[in-house]
Design a protein around this ligand. Structure first.
Ligand SMILES: *Cc1c(COP(=O)(O)O)cnc(C)c1O
Length: 347
């Protein structure tokens, strides 16, 4: 049949469901959401569901504005940051020149480029999986970077990112900070200083609310108003009432999240050191996952053997350079001890 689209979709990590499993394949948080979220849910009246949800998401944008010392008009809320990032592609990457992003990064960027017919160019990471910023000094229709990067965990400091933004002051730079709260420093407070900057964050990872589907963009009011126009052209009520309420409760419990995420960072350092004792080589990470390899062991085989024991990690057979690595989400200390024992027994 003529005129029908052929689409190569994004392939997310699997969502297996076994009582005894250790699920460390999609970077969900090791801990439950804040008790304040539970409390907000207990106080939620179903009568509220009779009405459409908020168009402006004022309760959540107000809470976020307070957290980042910005204004509610600096935020756009969406149904997960995947939706927000897709809106960013539609809003800001509107050029005949290619959008630039690393060849090894969040796999969705390429899918949106193709889906929306936006030209893009994948810039190879160097041999150590690092971004070389000088590679981005070429004609482009915008840039999108994940910081810390996924699936490598590699992180660029605030001052490196500021230099980059200054060098690209005529181009929109979208920074996907899905993992910034695992040891990084967010650019979000600087959106009024850099009018080319859009920061995207999510409640799925650090806030332990992947199932809720809430994410947001932070930017100057002018850029955010363009994102709002895109959202209104699509699905103006994309954030439901309950999700907004629970996400707002999460924003107001920074203390809890600081505590659990500091623990995940500690477990990450412990797990990386223990792996090193077994001969694994791990990319230094500032995320809640690590990318690791072993000079003598097949990671594909290890992946399959761990899967048989209901320990679910992530293996990418593409691109080729990743085929000798495993990406492992950092679970609780107890879970990672079980994983280490399993890895030791399998060697
Ligand atoms: C998980 C992830 C997202 C998607 O988050 P949602 O808010 O759950 O849609 C976006 N970007 C990166 C880099 C991620 O790892």
């Amino acid at each position: 049949m003529k005129g029908i689209r052929k689409i190569t979709p994004y392939i997310p990590g699997k969502q297996p469901n076994f009582a005894d499993m250790i699920k460390i394949n999609t970077n969900e948080n090791a801990f439950p959401p804040s008790p304040k979220v539970k409390e907000a849910l207990a106080h939620f009246s179903t009568n509220q569901l009779k009405l459409y949800s908020s168009l402006t998401n004022e309760s959540l944008t107000t809470a976020l504005a307070e957290k980042f010392q910005l204004k509610p008009k600096n935020f756009l809320i969406g149904n997960g940051s995947d939706e927000v990032l897709a809106f960013c592609f539609l809003a800001f990457f509107n050029s005949d020149f290619p959008v630039l992003f690393p060849d090894i990064t969040y796999g969705f960027y390429k899918v949106w480029g193709e889906l929306f017919h936006i030209p893009f160019e994948e810039i190879p990471l160097d041999a150590d999986f690092q971004i070389d910023f000088s590679d981005y000094n070429r004609k482009n229709g915008g840039i999108i970077l994940t910081n810390p990067n996924a699936p490598t965990g590699d992180y660029h400091t605030l001052s490196e990112m500021k230099d980059f933004l200054k060098k690209h002051s005529d181009e929109i730079v979208v920074v996907d900070e899905a993992y910034i709260d695992f040891g990084g420093e967010s650019l979000a407070p600087l959106v009024n200083e850099f009018d080319n900057l859009i920061v995207v964050q999510t409640f799925s990872k650090a806030a332990a609310l992947a199932g809720l589907r809430v994410g947001y963009a932070v930017g100057n009011a002018e850029l955010i108003s363009i994102l709002n126009a895109i959202k209104s052209s699509f699905n103006p009520y994309s954030v439901d009432i309950l999700s907004e309420k629970l996400a707002t409760a999460a924003v107001k419990d920074e203390e809890y999240y600081k505590k659990i995420n500091a623990e995940i960072c500690q477990t990450r350092e412990y797990f990386t050191e223990e792996l090193a004792k077994l001969g694994f080589q791990t990319v230094p990470s500032k995320a809640n996952f690590i990318l690791t390899t072993h000079p003598e062991r097949s990671m594909k085989k290890l992946f399959e053997e761990l899967t048989n024991q209901h320990i679910f990690v992530r293996y990418f057979d593409k691109p080729q350079r990743l085929a000798s690595f495993l990406r492992i989400t950092i679970g609780t200390r107890e879970e990672m001890e079980v994983v280490l024992n399993a890895i030791k027994k399998l060697s």
